[in-house]
Design a binder for this molecule. Structure first.
Ligand code: FAD
Length: 392
């Protein structure tokens, strides 16, 4: 098989890249390790920045999003038993976030890919990447019992944090910047209507909690837990009891309970691999960087990367000009590091640190008090939360 761009991974980065390239008349082949069903049912992120929504809408995959997405114009911060609203739209000149599950984004992009009759291989085994330091890279894999080789002009490594592309880059060509946090998130999906119209970020002395949602019938809740926490330690009753305590405010507030349909523990990490390219291979999304989920940025950052990459590839294939491609990493990293900063900051003001001293606890409260009391500080949070301009 010969194509222009071989894409490893059918997550948000890989599928959006394939979609954007198709619209520019550039051929690609998408190679995914998991089944279509698995990828479409994987519950992960659910907050779309304004720029992600605008891109999906402008490129013809935003119809269901417009119908079913829940537009939120604010978020709530809770601390010291009080609730404070950050009015995102008022502080950003009208921008908003939209609640729409990552799995729904995946469904829309997969449907677009299949409707276009463009190649996508699910359940690919033994995926390896070759020759990206030369003129003719290749991707090899097995699918349906048959061995395949895709020869291409460029490889896009969109295979997430545990994929094969980044580790295939020779040792020494990448610099890794990393911070692992001393806590994790226990996340549940509950078949019950959300208890609030907006997301609630709660800082409590027992630890952080987040109330989010995926639809009018599905609530997504998170609890800060120990990094080595086990699901067996968290029977349903303990989870609900802990959530009740962490969301408590003066005047009362009730968290609706319902059957828990999914549970998982996610480690918290900040990670950047620089540069995001090596020869004819480009890394995008979680393959190149990870953010702690507190800022709701992982998916949005993946989309921002491939927007830059799609433009650079379109420029190259139409004119032969490599300037944008050569500058891909540098262009993306400027935004990546600002998003890293924001995600780290949100994490650091909202989580309980084991062994934190009284000074740090007071400083955290002062930060929250400042953010909710100063328009300038609230505006900074809001403009980052709805999403910095793409390519800034
Ligand atoms: C468990 C979990 C929970 C998360 N929860 C949240 C959340 O609540 N809020 C939030 O904002 N963000 C969350 N995130 C982050 C967000 O989901 C990611 O940032 C986003 O999925 C990045 O998209 P991506 O396309 O770069 O990578 P991915 O979505 O990881 O996609 C990579 C794809 O590559 C495939 N792949 C991997 N290896 C290979 C291979 N060798 N060959 C072929 N294909 C391969 C994978 O199966 C996958 O489909 C979560 C992430 C994880 C892992």
């Amino acid at each position: 098989m010969r194509t222009q761009v071989g894409i490893v991974g059918a997550g948000p980065a890989g599928l959006m890249l394939a979609h954007l390239l198709h619209r520019s008349g550039i051929e690609s082949v998408v190679i995914e390790a998991r089944s279509r069903r698995y990828v479409q049912e994987r519950v992960r992120a659910g907050v779309l920045e304004q720029g992600t929504v605008d891109l999906m809408t402008a490129t013809g995959v935003g119809e269901r999003l417009k119908r079913e997405g829940l537009v939120h114009r604010g978020i709530e911060l809770r601390f010291a038993r009080r609730s404070h609203r950050i009015d995102l739209s008022e502080l950003t000149g009208g921008a908003a976030i939209t609640i729409y599950g990552q799995n729904e984004v995946i469904k829309d992009l997969t449907d677009a890919r299949i409707a276009a009759g463009a190649p996508i291989y699910f359940e690919s085994e033994g995926v390896t990447v070759h020759g990206f330091d030369g003129a003719e890279p290749a991707i090899r894999f097995t699918s349906g019992g048959a061995k395949h080789e895709v020869r291409c002009d460029f490889i896009a490594g969109c295979d997430g944090f545990h994929g094969v592309c980044r580790p295939s880059i020779p040792a020494g060509a990448l610099t890794i910047y990393e911070r692992v946090y001393p806590f994790a998130w226990l996340g549940i999906l509950a078949a019950v209507a959300p208890s609030s119209d907006e997301l609630i970020y709660s800082r409590h002395e027992r630890g952080f909690a987040l109330h989010s949602m995926r639809s009018p019938e599905l609530t997504r809740l998170y609890l800060q837990c120990a990094p080595d926490g086990k699901l067996d330690d968290w029977p349903d009753e303990r989870i609900w009891g802990e959530l009740d305590r962490r969301f408590e405010i003066d005047g009362g507030w009730t968290l609706r309970r319902g059957p828990i349909t999914q549970k998982g523990i996610t480690e918290m990490r900040s990670f950047v691999a620089e540069p995001m390219q090596c020869g004819r291979m480009f890394l995008a999304g979680d393959a190149a960087h990870i953010v702690p989920p507190t800022g709701a940025k992982g998916l949005n950052l993946a989309i921002a990367d491939v927007r830059v990459l799609a433009r650079a590839l379109a420029e190259f294939f139409s004119s032969g000009d490599r300037v944008m491609l050569d500058g891909y990493s540098q262009t993306c990293l400027r935004r990546v590091w600002k998003v890293q900063r924001f995600s780290w900051w949100m994490t650091s003001i909202l989580h309980r640190l084991d062994g934190e001293n009284a000074f740090d606890a007071r400083r955290q409260m002062a930060e929250l008090d400042y953010v909710t009391g100063s328009r300038a500080a609230a505006q900074s949070l809001a403009e980052n939360y709805v999403g910095l301009p793409m390519e800034s």
